[in-house]
Design a protein around this ligand. Structure first.
Ligand code: DAH
Length: 340
């Protein structure tokens, strides 16, 4: 019997040397220690042995069992080590491979031009003001000298939330908001932001667009301040050589009111399709703040004067870069956007 165990040991060793997985090792375990193992045969025969023999055999069997357990666990360790090695090899990161490229975004041209204009005004000591896009009739019209029924309201139809609230048609309500907050103190602000009109979209109109409002209120403010400021702005935006022209116009919130034209930078004033042959291009509306507007927002018009202006950012950007359709700004097409 002891010889039999000895040969079984050899068998176990050879079998283990041939296998390479946990599953196979377990099969060997079942085969040599399980219910149908040759060991059971030996155990069955032990019944007939005498006490001495039983002792010796029992010891050999225990020793055999320990031997098999040890061999199994040794082999399992080896297999685990091999698995890790294999895994490390298959999951190795090749640091020399080229990396993934992310494409960089671009500032939207409207953002670029807005920031440029902000910089020019911040350089002159202005502050940036803000106002809500959902605005009350009171601020959008009433406080700007546009009472209910005023014919000039017709030019600025909008999207109404209810009878009192609408999407603001211009950034001008920020004038009244800022003056009311300043409580009679001097004001020097610009306000960039989105505005809305009930317009049909085409190459030059959009139901949503952007404006920059400007407002200066102080003592001894004259039309000369307005002209100097806007001339500086235009020269900064379009170059030193351009001429600037102030044309009488009408806005209910300014008196006098002007529209500002610059020499057509395409033809230099000769007349071309861009300027429709006139040699001039209209860029913004402006004027001296109407006494009613000053008064409604808490200023004594006999002591304080102001000038104001409003320009369309899309229009300035289109002129600046020669863009012929306003809708390009809103399509988010990278082929358009990456040009700026
Ligand atoms: N709010 C006017 C518009 O949207 C533009 C404008 C004109 C603003 C004259 C002003 C101004 O501040 O003085 O058509």
């Amino acid at each position: 019997m002891t010889e039999k165990l000895l040969s079984l040991k050899n068998e176990v060793r050879t079998a283990l040397a041939k296998v390479g997985s946990v599953h196979e090792v377990n099969e060997i375990k079942a085969h040599y220690l399980g219910k149908k193992s040759p060991l059971q045969g030996i155990l069955a025969k032990m019944k007939d042995a005498d006490i001495e023999e039983k002792k010796i055999l029992g010891k050999s069997i225990n020793e055999f069992k320990n031997f098999v357990e040890e061999e199994l666990s040794l082999r399992l360790d080896q297999i685990a080590a091999l698995e890790i090695k294999k895994q490390l090899k298959s999951e190795r990161v090749d640091v020399t491979l080229p990396g993934k490229k992310f494409s960089l975004g671009y500032k939207h041209p409207l953002t670029k031009v807005t920031e440029e204009i902000e910089d020019i005004f911040i350089g002159m000591g202005y502050e940036i003001a803000e106002g809500p896009e959902v605005e009350s009739d009171y601020f959008n019209f009433e406080l700007l000298n546009l009472p209910k029924g005023h014919p000039a309201r017709e030019m600025q139809d909008s999207f109404y939330i209810d009878n009192n609230y609408l999407l603001r048609t211009h950034t001008s309500p920020v004038q009244a908001r800022t003056m009311k907050l300043a409580k009679g103190k001097p004001v020097k602000i610009i306000c960039p932001g989105k505005v809305y009109r009930r317009d049909n979209d085409d190459a030059t109109h959009s139901h949503q667009f952007m404006q920059i409002e400007g407002l200066v209120v102080d003592k001894d403010i004259t039309m000369a301040d307005l002209k100097g400021t806007l001339t500086l702005l235009m020269k900064n935006m379009f170059g030193d050589n351009l001429e600037i022209r102030f044309r009488p116009s009408f806005f209910p919130f300014t008196e006098p009111s002007v529209e500002v034209d610059v020499t057509c930078f395409k033809c230099g004033g000769e007349g071309c399709p861009l300027c429709k042959g006139s040699g001039w291009i209209e860029v913004l509306g402006a004027g001296m703040v109407h006494p009613n507007v000053l008064e409604m927002s808490g200023y004594d018009p006999n002591l304080y004067q102001g000038f104001a202006f409003g320009l369309g950012i899309e229009r300035i950007t289109m002129l600046r870069y020669g863009i012929d359709d306003i809708r390009y700004f809103y399509l988010d097409d990278p082929r358009f956007l990456r040009q700026f």
